[in-house]
Each structure stands twice: as structure tokens, then as C-alpha cells.
Design a protein around this ligand. Structure first.
Ligand code: SF4
Length: 440
């Protein structure tokens, strides 16, 4: 039996693709190993979204090729967005790479390995970016928290974004299929599901002719033993009443929304081809805060987009200061070939971009600390995810998504289990993290 290691980079969507690849390989009698030294085949599931991610992918590929040069592994296979985008260059420039699996070719992984075993080389399976979700594949590995893809691809064509060219047109999965998968995950001990896609707010429009995220949430909320439903990547332009009511009234749907805004200046938003305006964004935030008490809003901004000047940057800075959003990530614009903005005039220099990013993050760290101080004395339900130190556990509340937000430390003399939910009273805080004492 061949041992396969899958190294996953990039976003949660890539994580699911790796899970599906593992499922396909395991049902074809391959063994998945986390030990690279044991691997006969190493698959690197790459990210090719922005410059920094591309560099990390290239570095990881070079690192993995060492296992082949030392004769430890037989084949190196690249998957994911960087592979889909630059397969020709990668095969030409890195001798150790034996095969390429594009973003829509996950199902070809076994075929590729078998053909390499039969003596073929430099095999490429790409250009199938509109492939439907592999509903027949069952994931084999289960954690307390699992991501669930509700759609793939995107039809928004933001001018800075290469995703539609790598992940294809917008494709929703059927409500029935998603409900079935979540039931299966819950039967295998999963307590929190995080709904993802390139843009989850558009869910259903392609297959049902109308937006159906609220219907999906209503169905998922009925699943027994499911504890938490979290939604990420909500495009801000159509939060209708039905969706807000569904988020508000479904007790398992966390009052935590990730809504990438990207900027607030109307001219920049227009040139990013974002289908929203400053006025609509402010309206949305006010409505969400009025309708859903204790709502936590996460967002991301891009600074240094071509044409960004002091005035537009200050407008964004003042917006962040006044709106006091709970969670904010800021990216310096990454000039991506193959995107319209790549050819825009008035490109901003790297130093200025980084200065803008750091200035907003500095402001947000102060806001985050002030908001955290207001949570002292309040009680929260905490999902325990590990032990930090003796008598100190680490976990998350509804206010924190894994990997991108802070954590909640729980002080207790009791022994807690990973996956356990406890009640804790907040006694202190840091900029992004909270500390509490167990009360139940
Ligand atoms: S919404 Fe815009 S930024 Fe997000 S994946 Fe689609 S095109 Fe890219």
C-alpha cells in the first residue's frame, strides 16, 4: 500500500479539497500519512491568490522536493490554485515535480498516480475549473470543527481578484446534499460547521434562481447534536430581511458574520467592481447591529489599490475608527497578472501600501482591546480546543473563527476535554484574546 502525504496551503476551501483528495485516496487503498519521511507520494495543495501566498507555495514546493532528491519519496504532485495558474512554468522549472492536479481535477488524483506508476511522467490534469462538487466522496477525518463548502467559484469579477479564473463560475451545492453532509459530519462527532465559498451570500442563485442561504440555515438548524453554524465570506450587497431573520432566529447560527468589505471609498469600490457603496455598507452594519444584539462583525480591507490616495485612505481610517468593527484584517493590494487592476494607472508603491496596512491594524488593535475590556464580567460558552498550561485551557467562543481570530483562555482546576463546551466568566483580556474562569 502506498503512503501519501498531503500538504495543504491557503484558505479553508483548499482544506476541503485536500479532505476530498484524502477521501478518494483512502477509498482507493492508499494510506494517508502526516509523516513526510514515510510518504511515497507528496501532494502539495498550493495557494496562488496573492503574491505572498504564491511565495509561500513556491518555498514549500522546494522544501518538499528535498524528500525526492534524498530518495525518500517517489513522486511530487502539485494541486490547488498555484498549480492551476502556473502549471507550465512549475513543470518546466522544477524537475522534481511529476504531476499537476488543477482546482477542478481532484477526482483525477488516483488516475495520475497510477499512470506515474506505469512509467508516464510530467502529467497534467487542469482546465476543469467549473467541475461540480464531488458529492459522492465522503470525508474520512473529523475534528470538532469542520468547514463545509456550500458553493464554489465566483461571478463577481472584482478587478483585483484572480479567483474566478482559478475556481470557475459560481456553483452552489444542493441544500439536500449539504444537509446530508452536515448530518454525516455530526454523526462523526463534529459540533461546529463553518459554511464557506468564495461568496456565501449568493448561495442558491444559480441553481434555484433565488438567494437561498436563509433556507439552508433553517434546514441545518434542525440537525440534532449540531451545536454551532458559522458563516464566512458573505458578500455585503444583498442581506435581505429573510437572511437577517434566519440568522437572528436560528439558535445554532452564530451571531458572527464575516463580511469582506475591501474598502469604503465609493470611487475605489467602483473601480474594484464591488457591487456596493459606502452608504449601503453603513446601512447594513447599522441594521445588523439593531436587529441582532451582540452581533460580531468581521471584515477585511485592501489598502493601496491603484489610485488610492491620502484622502481615500483617511476616509477608510475614519470609517474603521468610527464603526469599531469587532474583527478586521487588512491586506496590502497585491498586483496580480491576469486581473484588470494589474493594468490600472496610479499603482501605489510597496512601502506606502505596507504603511497604510500597518496604520489601520495599529488602530484596530486599540479598538479590539477596548471592545474586549467591555466583555470583562460577561459569561460566554467556550468550545475547548486544547490545553495551554496546567489549569489553563484554550478555546473559542461564538466571537472567534479558527485561525483568523483570537482565542478564549479558560482557567480551571477541573480536567476538560477537547470538544467540550463550558461556560466561563471573563476576568481579563488582551488585544485579541479573552481570559475567563469556568463557572459550569
Ligand atoms: S467576491 Fe470578488 S474577491 Fe471574492 S472571490 Fe469573488 S471576485 Fe474574488
Amino acid at each position: 500500500m502506498k503512503n501519501i502525504s498531503i500538504v495543504t496551503l491557503g484558505c479553508s476551501k483548499n482544506e476541503i479539497d485536500s479532505e476530498l483528495m484524502m477521501g478518494i485516496l483512502q477509498t482507493s487503498n492508499y494510506k494517508i500519512t502526516n509523516y513526510l519521511d514515510e510518504a511515497d507520494v507528496i501532494v502539495i495543495n498550493t495557494c496562488g491568490f496573492i503574491e505572498a501566498a504564491k511565495e509561500e507555495s513556491i518555498e514549500t514546493i522546494w522544501e518538499m522536493t528535498r524528500y525526492k532528491r534524498e530518495g525518500k519519496c517517489k513522486y511530487i504532485i502539485l494541486a490547488g490554485c498555484l498549480a492551476e495558474r502556473y502549471y507550465k512554468e512549475l513543470l518546466q522549472e522544477i524537475d522534481e515535480v511529476d504531476g499537476i492536479i488543477g482546482t477542478g481535477n481532484i477526482k483525477d488524483i488516483v488516475n495520475l498516480i497510477m499512470r506515474l506508476e506505469n512509467g508516464e511522467s510530467k502529467l497534467v490534469f487542469t482546465k476543469n475549473i467549473n467541475e461540480e462538487y464531488l458529492e459522492e466522496i465522503r470525508r474520512q477525518n473529523f475534528r470538532t470543527t469542520e468547514y463545509v463548502k456550500i458553493s464554489e467559484g465566483c461571478n463577481n469579477y472584482c478587478t483585483y481578484c484572480i479567483i474566478p479564473k482559478l475556481r470557475g463560475k459560481y456553483r452552489s451545492r444542493k441544500i439536500e446534499d449539504i444537509v446530508k453532509e452536515v448530518q454525516y459530519l455530526v454523526e462523526n462527532g463534529v459540533k461546529e460547521v463553518i459554511l464557506i465559498g468564495q461568496n456565501t451570500a449568493d448561495y442558491g442563485i444559480d441553481i434555484y434562481g433565488e438567494y437561498k442561504l436563509s433556507n439552508l440555515l433553517d434546514r441545518l438548524n434542525e440537525i440534532e447534536d449540531l451545536k454551532w453554524i458559522r458563516i464566512l465570506y458573505l458578500y455585503p450587497d444583498h442581506f435581505d430581511e429573510k437572511l437577517i431573520e434566519s440568522i437572528k432566529n436560528n439558535d445554532k447560527v452564530l451571531k458572527y458574520l464575516d463580511i469582506p468589505l475591501q474598502h469604503i471609498n465609493n470611487d475605489i469600490l467602483r473601480r474594484m467592481n464591488r457591487r456596493t457603496t459606502k452608504e449601503k455598507i453603513i446601512d447594513l452594519i447599522d441594521t445588523l447591529r439593531k436587529e441582532i444584539p451582540d452581533i460580531i462583525i468581521r471584515t477585511t480591507f485592501i489598502v493601496g489599490f491603484p489610485g488610492e490616495d491620502e484622502a481615500s485612505f483617511n476616509e477608510l481610517y475614519e470609517f474603521v475608527k468610527d464603526t469599531r468593527l469587532d474583527k478586521v484584517g487588512v491586506f496590502a493590494y497585491s498586483r496580480e497578472e491576469g486581473t484588470p487592476a494589474y493594468n490600472f494607472n496610479n499603482q501605489v508603491d510597496e512601502e506606502t501600501k505596507n504603511y497604510m496596512r500597518d496604520k489601520i491594524m495599529e488602530l484596530q488593535s486599540i479598538i479590539s482591546y477596548e471592545l474586549n475590556k467591555e466583555k470583562i464580567g460577561k459569561t460566554y460558552e467556550v468550545l475547548i480546543e486544547g490545553i495551554e498550561d496546567e489549569g489553563l485551557y484554550v478555546g473559542r467562543t461564538y466571537m472567534d473563527s479558527p485561525d483568523i481570530d483570537g482565542v478564549y483562555y479558560v482557567k480551571t482546576s477541573e480536567e476538560l476535554q477537547v470538544g467540550e463546551f463550558v461556560k466561563a466568566k471573563t476576568i481579563d483580556c488582551y488585544e485579541y484574546d479573552l481570559i475567563g474562569e469556568i463557572i459550569e
